[in-house]
Design a protein around this ligand. Structure first.
Ligand code: ZN
Length: 240
């Protein structure tokens, strides 16, 4: 009985984590990040690029609302950054940021940009943040008793913990690749053009066959995307 009474107290920490808490934390981090970029006049500084990202993202978001009903009520946000070291990300709850320099340096056409956006969106749709926190608590149970904010910080800053999560994160990247490609295909993009995004990443990489800390090797991602695109092409117009 005593244990039952104590449970709610103990679980006021990270162990009782919900997607709503993760999304609230992500919304706060996103606001901080966006205002920091805005203060340097690097936010949405190219109106035409923002319009382009918006035009490609909106149908993906609409399709996601149908395919993944838990996303239907999300307050999606889309911003662009002029920072040279900004790639792209989508935080929990649908908070997108796209680096303009990355898109132009890779010379992404619209289909390839759709693939990039769909990949990032899938991190949020598949609740990868929540799953990463749960994995961190599984491999280091002490995190269960600590405040969520500490765990939220640690997964991006604690080297020892991050190292233990490398393989888990790499698997999430492959899932975002395949599920993102399928989402963009169901939205209407030709699958092989979507896969072309990974061919470009591989060709533009100095080490296409090497896994990085957080991502599988670009050549491996391209091969997997190409195989998936071939399967989807065979499936023809039957998008499900
Ligand atoms: Zn990713």
């Amino acid at each position: 009985m005593l244990i039952l009474l104590l449970m709610p107290l103990l679980c006021a920490s990270a162990c009782a984590l919900t997607q709503e808490e993760v999304a609230a934390g992500a919304a706060r981090l996103y606001r901080e990040r966006v205002s920091e970029i805005a203060n340097r006049y690097a936010l949405d500084s190219d109106a035409a690029f923002l319009v382009r990202v918006d035009r490609i993202a909106k149908p993906l978001i609409a399709r996601a609302a149908t395919d993944y009903p838990h996303t239907a009520g999300w307050a999606w946000e889309i911003h662009t950054s002029a920072d040279v070291d900004e790639n792209a990300f989508c935080m929990a709850g649908g908070k997108l940021l796209v680096g303009q320099q990355f898109v132009s340096s890779q010379r992404l056409d619209d289909a390839e940009l759709a693939m990039l956006l769909a990949h990032e969106m899938q991190h949020a749709i598949q609740q990868h943040n929540l799953k990463e926190y749960e994995e961190a608590m599984r491999i280091e149970p002490a995190w269960r008793q600590k405040p969520f904010a500490e765990l939220e910080y640690a997964v991006d800053n604690d080297e020892a913990l991050m190292r233990k999560l490398d393989d888990f994160n790499s698997a999430q990247e492959l899932e975002a690749d395949s599920e993102g490609l399928k989402l963009a295909w169901r939205t209407g993009w030709p699958p092989m053009r979507l896969a072309g995004y990974f061919r470009k990443l591989s060709r533009n990489s100095a080490k296409p066959n090497f896994d990085s800390r957080s991502h599988p090797a670009p050549a491996r991602r391209w091969l997997a995307a190409k195989e998936l695109a071939e399967r989807l092409e065979k499936a023809g117009l039957v998008r499900q």
